[in-house]
Write a protein that binds this ligand. Structure first.
Ligand code: G2I
Length: 464
């Protein structure tokens, strides 16, 4: 059965209490002061900022301090791969991945799952299989792992790196490809059936500009959309160095995929180099994502240069000692809309989605304050994601809380950009450190994933 049909989307908007809603339409969240961390700043733009994480580094305090402070999405670097999660057939091992998921949940971060089906990092036993036996083993793997993590994953890289490099536009030859050309859609259908709440992505490298490989992926996504194969997003790994620089049509390429009706995400960003040149490249990539409304977030492939799979190329945002590099400043500045510390990027013609100078609503009645909350629900059989927008009233907030009552049978499994008082029944969700301040008339968003059926959630908002 087509799992798409089970995935009904209902947008329910409930205006809530307590606030004098100004009637001034603002298009974006903004706070009085520019955000000071990558995750907070991205959140103000309705996006996430993530990093790859290695479980064995979580006990390193420099590493963890930066992780907890800067990022609101994590991707296990190796811990969810086939060799890690199913070391022998039908025997699953989730210890390392669970450490990362648990840490993320403690911190209110979301998780990108990486990767369910890939030709690389397969366990040895897979080498002995082919044909139907391999196809079934792959589908069982997808089903088991996606089911185990059901409700905890924002997006899965369902299939990774399935196309050949170069000009052929062909699929990559691999044991999985040799089970039949439909292996990719079979994997996506299995993933949707197992975890209908996760966004399902195709992820690849050397697809960052328009070329034969990205054209082939584009054609596949177009075909999937036309036939109802469940796909929600395309990941662009974005591993760059002098031999493989940021393509000049990077943004245009993201946009053409977005125009197919999928989200796009920058999934493994690293750019070899140093100093201003490296910083400018990071700025370009960040701005490209901001300029594409369906670019939902950016993940860098590690925290410090020394954490990188290409450590000698110093391709990340923090040096080996955990200090912020020029590249970090460039990314944060771009996320903050060119504010506040250095000259704005020399890109005056491209529309910036941020609008820091837009007039704030007139404030005829300072002190009436308050806030309002609206919710939109993505419901599927057995679970839902709620996205809640908190809009400040006629004066700025310094903190806010949203109360709502979940129907029986609904339990929150995961929340982001908010702290929660409970996981079922009457729940109070309060701001985290970086999103308590909302300028008058502006908004911020948070969300949670839950089991059960949302029904009509009625949030009420209170602000200080
Ligand atoms: O190669 C860069 C990335 C390309 N896209 C897919 C990603 O999954 C991939 O990540 C890298 C990890 O960053 C490396 O950490 O994937 C590599 C393997 O294909 C990872 O390297 C492996 C080493 O090859 C193993 O020897 C090592 O045991 O990391 C393992 C765990 O440290």
């Amino acid at each position: 059965m087509d799992s798409n049909r089970r995935r009904s989307r209902a947008a329910i908007t409930v205006a809530a209490v307590g606030a004098l809603v100004t009637g001034v339409v603002v298009s974006l969240a903004a706070t009085a002061n520019a955000a000071t961390t990558l995750g907070a700043s991205a959140a103000e733009k309705g996006r996430y900022f993530g990093t790859a994480v290695a479980a064995y580094k979580l006990s390193d305090s420099t590493y963890s301090t930066i992780l907890n402070r800067e990022f609101n999405m994590v991707t296990p670097e190796n811990e969810m791969k086939w060799d890690a999660t199913e070391p022998s057939q039908n025997s699953f091992s989730y210890g390392s991945a669970d450490q990362i998921v648990a840490r993320a949940q403690q911190q209110g971060m979301r998780v990108r799952g990486h990767a369910l089906a890939w030709h690389s990092q397969q366990p040895g036993w897979v080498n002995n299989l082919s044909g139907t036996a391999l196809r079934n083993a792959m589908l069982n793997h997808v089903t088991q792992v996606a089911t185990y993590y059901k409700g905890k994953i924002y997006a899965w890289d369902v299939v990774n790196e399935a196309f050949a490099d170069g000009s052929s536009g062909a699929r990559r030859d691999s044991n999985l490809q040799r089970t039949g050309n439909d292996w990719i859609e079979a994997a996506f259908r299995a993933a949707r059936a197992a975890d209908p709440g996760a966004k399902l992505c195709y992820n690849d490298y050397n697809t960052d500009g328009q070329n034969a490989k990205s054209n082939a992926v584009y054609a596949m996504v177009q075909d999937f959309k036309s036939r109802g194969v469940p796909i929600d997003c395309v990941g662009f790994q974005s591993h760059f160095n002098p031999q493989s620089p940021v393509p000049s049509d990077y943004q245009a390429n993201l946009q053409r995929f977005a125009n197919l009706g999928v989200d796009v995400q920058i999934t493994e960003l690293d750019i070899e180099g140093s100093g201003t040149a490296q910083a400018n490249n990071f700025r370009t990539v960040t701005q490209a994502c901001l300029n594409v409304s369906r670019c939902t977030g950016i993940t860098v492939w590690g925290i410090r240069d020394s954490d990188s799979w290409r450590a000698s190329g110093t391709p990340l945002l923090f040096d080996g000692n955990g200090n912020k590099k020029a590249a970090y400043d460039a990314v944060l500045q771009a996320l903050n809309g060119g504010n506040p510390t250095s000259p704005s990027p020399s890109n005056p013609s491209s529309p910036s989605p941020s609008n820091p100078s837009s007039p704030s609503p007139s404030n005829p009645n300072p002190g009436t304050g308050g806030c309002s909350a609206t919710v939109s629900i993505n419901q599927w059989q057995g679970g839902f994601v709620a996205t809640i927008r908190v809009t400040a009233g006629s004066s700025a907030t310094s903190s806010w809380s949203v109360r709502l009552t979940l129907p029986s049978g609904a339990t929150i499994t995961n929340a982001w950009n908010a702290n929660r008082s409970a996981s079922s029944g009457a729940v109070t969700l309060t701001n985290v450190s970086y999103n308590g301040t909302i300028a008058a008339g502006q908004y911020t968003e948070f969300g949670f994933q839950s089991t059960g059926t949302a029904g009509t959630l009625t949030p009420t908002c209170a602000a200080a």
